[in-house]
Every structure is written in structure tokens, then in C-alpha cells.
Write a protein that binds this ligand. Structure first.
Ligand code: ZN
Length: 145
């Protein structure tokens, strides 16, 4: 779930996310030992999007931003309320086309909202109209720090 490892227990998920947040200087607002904020799997799904060069998703419970990334991380964890969600990414070829279109832009201009109906074709059209040069720099993963 975090990095290149798929964790198999809530305890592993908790340790990985807490280490991830600590390494980035982010606050983990869950209260240890409080069942109201303990990590738990939600049946809700979230849709990934790109904001400021980072893959992210919004927690549907408390609206906190959650780090996520395609390719090896099928879940996102809300460090605020403690819910874990399955994440929907663009399928197959669409994902590659979205990434390619975003990587043609300067990092500060990398935004993509599938919830607003944006597709890879939308991004390519915007690239042409804004005159972004055909260069590629990799996207960041997770919350910008
Ligand atoms: Zn939340």
C-alpha cells in the first residue's frame, strides 16, 4: 500500500502510513487507541486525480486529501479520519496517455480532474492551446511537500 509493498494487516498499514507521514513532516491526526479514528477499511471507492503534480484522492468521509499513485498502490489511507479506500485510476491505455500529456507540461501546470470529465484528449488539447513544449519530466507521487 505504501511504496512497493502491499500490506496485509491494519497494523502494517498503520506503521507504513505513519512512517510515510513522519518522513515528510506531515501530521497524523488520528488519536492512538481511539476506535473512532483507528484505521479501518471503507466500502467506499475514491477516484484518483492529479493536483499540482501529485496523484491524490479526496476522503469522502472528512474531505482530507490522500496520497495515492497508480501502479502498485490500489488503496489510499486518510491520515485524518483513518479510513482506507480502494482507488479508481484510469484504465489501461488511458492512464498512460494522461501521464504522457501531463508530463509534457511544467510541473506547476500538472492538474487533471476526471471527476470534471477531463480525459487524456482534453489534456492534449490544452497542451496545444497553451503551447507546452514536448518535454517529459516524471510526475511526483502522493501529497506535495
Ligand atoms: Zn478522512
Amino acid at each position: 500500500m505504501v511504496g512497493h509493498t502491499v500490506h496485509t494487516s491494519a497494523a502494517e498499514v498503520r506503521l507504513a502510513w505513519e512512517a510515510w507521514a513522519r518522513d515528510r513532516g506531515l501530521a497524523v491526526r488520528r488519536r492512538a487507541g481511539d476506535p473512532a479514528t483507528d484505521l479501518r477499511k471503507s466500502s467506499l471507492r475514491v477516484t484518483a486525480y492529479v493536483s499540482d503534480n501529485c496523484w491524490t484522492a479526496d476522503c469522502p468521509i472528512c474531505f482530507n486529501g490522500m496520497a495515492t499513485w497508480p501502479g502498485g498502490n490500489p488503496e489510499a489511507c486518510c491520515l485524518d479520519c483513518g479510513h482506507i479506500f480502494e482507488v479508481d485510476y484510469p484504465a489501461g491505455q488511458e492512464l498512460g496517455e494522461v501521464v504522457a500529456a501531463l508530463e509534457a507540461r511544467p510541473p506547476r501546470n500538472r492538474h487533471w480532474r476526471p471527476q470534471a470529465g477531463e480525459t487524456a484528449a482534453t489534456l492534449r488539447y490544452e497542451n496545444v492551446t497553451h503551447g507546452f513544449p514536448p518535454r517529459r519530466l516524471p510526475l511526483e507521487h502522493g501529497v506535495a511537500v
